[in-house]
Design a protein around this ligand. Structure first.
Ligand code: GAL
Length: 419
């Protein structure tokens, strides 16, 4: 029945929450108790970045209300560096595009009460042939700490030249170096799901990418992209929103506070999707507990995309205390047509999130029987249902709920609370 596999997982999660709440020495970090939220340069700007772009975006996070809604990390992806290390072997910012260096940018960002992220790589080079951190992990971690960096996105290009060590070993060395850096630095792994990090990355990271790169497309993948979690796509893969969701069927049960499977940056506001498609994108990233890292240019973003990123109820689902991701429910879904996912929220037996995605033609009615979702002990009660995107209460339901006239590519995102 519902959540068959995840019952044990839920118990594990509840233990983890308790540990987080009481400041467990093993999980330690408050910063990864909930999926991280922020903005990253890569999806829109690639390597064409500079200090004023970063500072303008940081200010825009504040003026748009995004910062207040929880988007706190400003992450500078590939392209900030000079092509060589300095005389002391340290990575250095490109002095033309970042005249104040990363420490200057960090000061600006910190003044806005936001946090700054930076990018490096577990290889000799990163993907753009800037110096990676392989062999320099301790020095680089200390350098980032001295600059006031709060977040490291650590990539996997050029790792292959360093292949006397496995990805796990190379990524662990940086994890240990960050721990010894003297600063609390959020550690975001980006090795594209290589060697199935959902089994091990929680040992030393705060989040880990579970796939090759997303592309700005709702349904069409770039060629060569495979659909499940266990077939790998590397960086620049070009995975669509729907395929990223498909891959999470195998992974969502691993989500737990402390280290989050990262479905990659949000493509909301990058101009290829309808409003319903962008709502679907956000619904799944929130309910599956992916980090919420905006990839659009927020200085020019449309009102409707901004409203999606700011939806308080959807953000509350992402940041819910339980940290349990919704699961795919095959018995209630029709492959290629309707997907139903659901999961408990922090009050456990009395609050649930349900997602109903229409992949097919517009205008379908979807009926969801509650006995396909709840454990038997939670049946027979009355639940209040709220439609998150329509911002309206749907009344009280007891045994099933019918959603009428659901559009193509639309996801109905519901929160059910026991009366
Ligand atoms: C990829 C990574 C992207 C971006 C890019 C920079 O490997 O998955 O998110 O960081 O490198 O070249």
């Amino acid at each position: 029945m519902a959540f068959p596999e995840s019952k044990l997982k839920m118990l594990k999660n509840i233990t983890v929450i308790a540990l987080v709440a009481f400041g467990s020495p093993c999980l330690g970090k408050i910063s990864s108790a909930k999926p991280q939220m922020g903005w990253n340069t890569w999806n829109t700007f690639k390597s064409h970045i500079n200090q004023s772009l970063i500072e303008n975006t940081a200010s825009t996070l504040v003026s748009t209300g995004l910062a207040r809604a929880g988007y706190e990390y400003v992450v500078i992806d590939e392209g900030w560096q000079a092509y060589t290390r300095d005389a002391n072997g340290r990575q250095q910012a490109n002095s033309t595009t970042f005249p104040s260096g990363i420490s200057g940018v960090a000061k600006y960002i910190h003044k806005l009460s936001l946090k700054v992220g930076i990018y490096s790589d577990a290889g000799i080079y990163d993907c753009g042939f800037f110096p990676g951190s392989y062999g320099y992990e301790e020095l680089d971690a200390k350098t980032y700490a001295s600059w006031g960096v709060d977040y490291l996105k650590y990539d996997n290009c050029g790792g292959f030249q360093a292949n006397t060590l496995s990805a796990q070993e190379r990524f662990t060395i940086m994890g240990n170096s960050l721990k010894n850096s003297g600063r609390d630095i959020f550690y975001s792994l980006c090795q594209w799901g290589n060697q199935f990090p959902w089994f091990w990355a929680d040992q030393f990271s705060d989040s880990y990418r579970m796939s090759g790169d997303i592309t700005s497309s709702f349904a069409a993948d770039k060629s060569g992209v495979c659909k499940t979690a266990y077939c790998l796509n590397t960086g620049y893969a070009g995975v669509s929103v729907l395929t990223m969701i498909r891959k999470m069927r195998e992974i969502s049960g691993f989500q737990a506070p402390g280290s989050w499977a990262d479905m990659d940056m949000l493509e909301i506001g990058t101009g290829t999707m309808t409003e319903f498609e962008e709502q679907t994108h956000f619904s799944f990233w929130a309910a599956l507990k992916s980090p919420l890292i905006i990839g659009a240019d927020i200085t020019t973003i449309s009102k409707s995309s901004l409203a999606i990123l700011l939806n308080k109820d959807a953000i509350a689902i992402s940041q819910d205390n339980a940290g349990v991701a919704a699961s795919y429910l095959p018995d209630l879904s029709i492959e290629g047509s309707v997907q139903i996912w659901a999961g408990p929220l922090s009050t456990g037996n009395s609050k649930y999130v349900i997602l109903a995605l229409n992949e097919g033609q517009s205008g379908v009615n979807i009926t969801i029987p509650l006995n396909g979702i709840f454990k038997p002990e939670n049946l027979g009660a009355r639940y209040k249902a709220r439609d998150v995107w329509d911002r309206k209460n749907l009344g009280t339901i007891e045994s099933d709920i019918t959603l009428t006239n659901v559009s193509s590519h639309q996801t109905k995102l519901l929160v059910l609370s026991r009366e």
